[in-house]
Design a protein around this ligand. Structure first.
Ligand code: SAM
Length: 407
């Protein structure tokens, strides 16, 4: 019979192996502890941490809830469970749990940052300011909390404060190219410097990873998102038959809302996205023959003439200069293949502008010129309301282009 001392030893050994990154071995040891001591809250908490590291959020939530139920009020357990709840998009529960964690550990910078970011995601950036300011002060060398503070200030309407925090984040990010690019991108969105040619891929990935569990409910509900259906309808009107005969690529497929609209055109439907968590949601739909985690600008040129139809619904607004994307889409299409995409409509004259919403807007006339230069002829173009933002309609333009056939 295993004894209590064995359980203590397994727990210590599990923690040591966990720290060395041997997650599976650590989990085995924690489970052995629970066989001897089913109410060991430490083992349950650590199993939750390990599950979250493996990306198994359902298990992380289960173990975290068990640890908190076994020992309510333990700051570390509440902190870990709150982080998992936030990651799962269960924001109200996350905020409650993280506030309880703070009661036990008021100066925990990670809890403060997670709480601030959950409040922002809930649409309450003002409430996020105090915890994020405290997190940034507690970690004077860390760029992440300062960058989170900059975003919260931007969302709360404090452009000057947001720029000051983004400048500070840029200084702190020295040596971390991805964080520095994110700080610069925010400064550009605030009008403090010229916009880069594209949104940093790390920014887009983090944004959509964080958004994934709530994306569909928010987009189709509060935000009234209809771009996939509108693009599919325009394809039909442009004479592209929805007879299930095409090799289709859903570029920036997200959770698969666009795939559902494209499926009637496809003999084979593939999806591509930067965000692993968006892709995980898309995989659950069972619509796609293949899903690729990649940046579209890297992936498309490596798959020449592979598709009959490439569609991008609400994706190219994360790119400023569309010339590389149009060339890459052209490379991945067979001659005569079709490209369909939406852009947010920007002012005439400027090829692209970066809005405070951190997405690019494009001058449709310039997009049409770039498309011609990339070898496309225009089959259809239509103004559309893409979605609402803060209650206001977002004006866009839908394009359907054919590769070749131009003058
Ligand atoms: C607003 S969502 C739209 C998702 C889907 N097309 C739809 O209509 O529901 C934009 C998606 O494009 C992806 N994305 C943006 N830029 C990308 C890039 N350069 N390469 C690959 N995916 C990208 C994002 O990760 C995100 O999932």
């Amino acid at each position: 019979m295993a004894q209590a001392e064995d359980a203590d030893r397994w727990l210590r050994e599990g923690v040591a192996r966990h720290a060395r990154g041997e997650i599976a071995a650590a989990e085995t040891l924690y489970r052995k502890v629970l066989q001897v001591r089913p109410d060991d809250a430490n083992a349950a908490n650590l199993l939750g941490v390990a599950a979250r590291q493996r990306g198994d959020l359902a298990a992380a939530l289960e173990w975290g809830a068990r640890a908190v139920a076994l020992r309510p009020g333990v700051g570390a357990f509440l902190a870990n469970h709150g982080a998992a709840l936030a990651e799962a998009g269960r924001l109200e529960e996350a905020v409650g749990t993280l506030r309880a964690a703070l009661a036990a550990r008021p100066d925990d910078p990670v809890v403060l940052r997670n709480l601030g970011q959950a409040l922002c995601a809930m649409g309450d950036p003002r409430a996020a300011l105090a915890p994020l300011e405290r997190a940034a002060a507690l970690q004077p060398d860390a760029a992440e909390p300062m960058l989170a503070l900059a975003h919260a200030r931007r969302e709360a309407g404090d452009g000057a404060g947001a720029a000051a925090a983004a400048e500070a984040a840029l200084v702190r990010a020295r040596g971390d190219a991805a964080l520095a690019a994110q700080a610069r991108f925010l400064l550009a969105a605030l009008g403090r410097c010229a916009p880069p040619e594209r949104a940093p891929s790390s920014y887009v990935r983090d944004l959509f990873d964080q958004y994934a569990p709530r994306f569909e409910a928010e987009l189709t509900g509060r935000l009234g998102y209809r771009t996939p259906e509108a693009l599919a309808a325009l394809l039909r009107r442009a004479g592209v038959a929805a007879e299930g005969g095409l090799r289709v690529l859903d570029l920036g497929c997200g959770t698969g809302l666009s795939g559902a609209a494209l499926a009637p055109f496809a003999a084979r439907l593939e999806g591509l996205d930067l965000s692993p968590r968006m892709l995980a949601e898309a995989r659950r739909r069972g619509l796609y023959a293949a899903l690729h985690e990649a940046d579209l600008l890297d992936w498309l040129p490596r798959h020449p003439r592979a598709f009959d139809l490439v569609a991008a619904a609400d994706v190219l607004n994360y790119l400023g200069d569309l010339a590389p994307a149009l060339a890459a889409i052209g490379a991945a299409l067979v001659p005569g293949g079709v490209a369909a995409f939406s852009v947010e409509a920007g002012p005439a004259g400027a090829p692209y502008t970066l809005g405070e919403g951190m997405r690019y807007r494009h001058d449709p006339v310039h997009v049409a010129a770039l498309a011609r230069a990339a070898g496309f002829s225009e089959l259809a173009r239509e103004a559309a309301i893409l979605r609402r933002e803060r209650g206001a309609p977002v004006a866009g333009v839908l394009f359907v282009l054919r590769l070749g056939g131009g003058g």
